[in-house]
Design a protein around this ligand. Structure first.
Ligand SMILES: C[S@@+](CC[C@H](N)C(=O)[O-])C[C@H]1O[C@@H](n2cnc3c(N)ncnc32)[C@H](O)[C@@H]1O
Length: 221
């Protein structure tokens, strides 16, 4: 491991805005479950999650745009989370937190209806059929989101991967979820919301490679 990575891991240990639970298997409910607003944020603002947040660009930038929400960036890679957590601390963003977990255990960390919105930003597309269960918009993950989202809660997906976009459209169709926005070419579309212009580390790489960005917004009704 590089010296820089070790330094980041050491800093992560003392960051007040980063929760790094011990891995236990089978997973058990964490004490933060159901207590985010009261114990962590100490306010009653809605909670928005960024799943597979990497360096947390969506988390930090949306928190700047919408200070009346709380944001939690989730990823299992500590060195990436360090970047987002450090920026949020430097900017005194008390409505931002980071959680280092495997997303498949998310129901151990959020109670039913505790979350208002979920953003999935450039997830690994897991193209092999044998890895369908690992796609963050597969029925397996959607049923977890359904358990933690409030009624009428919204899911956003931003991806460069057209197949994952199509796959997710099929899931929306089959389950009769309410499609709120959809494009396979975001920057040529009529969608102009400021938050859609936030660009993550991966998005910038994909754009440089000439990729088109796909976006979906839907309600798990
Ligand atoms: C392609 S990267 C995108 C990162 C960031 N959203 C961006 O756009 O720059 C996918 C991220 O998802 C995280 N990830 C993938 N599967 C995960 C899982 N099951 N639990 C937690 N994080 C996961 C990886 O660690 C990685 O940081």
């Amino acid at each position: 491991m590089t010296k820089r990575k070790l330094q980041r891991f050491a800093e992560n240990e003392i960051f007040s805005n980063l929760i790094q639970p011990k891995l236990v298997y089978p997973p058990v409910d964490d004490k933060i479950k159901g207590a985010w607003k009261q114990e962590f944020f100490r306010n009653s603002q809605p909670i928005v999650l960024e799943l597979g947040c990497g360096r947390g660009e969506y988390t930090v930038n949306m928190a700047t745009m919408f200070p009346h929400n709380n944001y939690v960036g989730i990823d299992f890679k500590g060195a990436r989370l360090w970047r987002g957590a450090k920026t949020a601390l430097e900017n005194h963003m008390q409505h931002v937190g980071f959680l280092r977990i495997q997303i498949q255990y998310i129901e151990s960390y959020f109670a039913q209806g505790e979350v208002d919105e979920v953003w999935i930003t450039f997830p690994d597309p897991q193209p092999q059929q044998s890895r369908e269960q690992k796609r963050l918009t597969s029925p397996r993950f959607i049923s977890m989101y359904r358990n933690i989202l409030r009624e009428g809660g919204i899911v956003h997906l931003k991806t460069d991967n057209y197949d994952l976009f199509q796959y997710t459209m099929d899931i929306i169709d089959k389950n009769k979820f309410r499609l709120l926005a959809s494009t396979d070419d975001l920057y040529s579309s009529e969608l102009k919301e400021e938050e859609l212009k936030i660009q993550t580390t991966y998005e910038k790489i994909f754009l440089q490679q000439g990729a088109r960005i796909c976006y979906l917004k839907f309600m798990l009704a």
